[in-house]
Write a protein that binds this ligand. Structure first.
Ligand SMILES: [Zn+2]
Length: 144
């Protein structure tokens, strides 16, 4: 694998299914800005983007950019290729990343430079952008 190869096959990211709440997240990713909805009434972060705060029910929010420094909250190693195009990709990790500057947010992603036996709960990771040929930019992570 070269450094320009995506972590997972492009078949997994052919197109985004967005709505009026998630479009902004992906537009910011395309500009290499990782940002999450933050309630302007109570300060609660929310991800994925939703119309109403789950804590105070306010519909008011802003987009708060984060540094991209995070920790692995949990992960799994996928070893079974559920689709033909994943035959040569397994094993790969699916990691849940949390952020000090966005409490409560956990983002499903991958740690692209970690072998399966290297991943640990709590390990530090750093945001790594993958600009795919499909026009989609994905927030992924590397070991910090
Ligand atoms: Zn709120």
């Amino acid at each position: 694998m070269t450094t320009t190869d995506p972590y997972l096959p492009l078949e997994l990211a052919q197109e985004l299914f967005t709505d009026r709440f998630t479009q902004e997240f992906w537009d910011r990713c395309r500009n290499h800005e990782l940002a999450f909805q933050k309630c302007t009434s109570c300060g609660t972060f929310r991800n994925p983007p939703v119309p109403v705060c789950h804590r105070c029910t306010s519909a008011d929010y802003e987009w708060a950019a984060v540094s991209g420094e995070g920790r692995v909250y949990s992960f799994t190693i996928v070893t079974h290729p559920v689709a033909e195009f994943l035959q040569t990709t397994v094993p790969f990790n699916v990691s849940l990343v949390e952020f000090d500057d966005a409490p409560g947010v956990r983002l499903i992603s991958n740690v692209v430079d970690a072998e399966p036996d290297e991943l640990t709960i709590g390990m530090s990771v750093q945001l790594h952008w993958e600009d795919l040929d499909t026009g989609i930019t994905l927030p992924r992570f590397k070991k910090a």
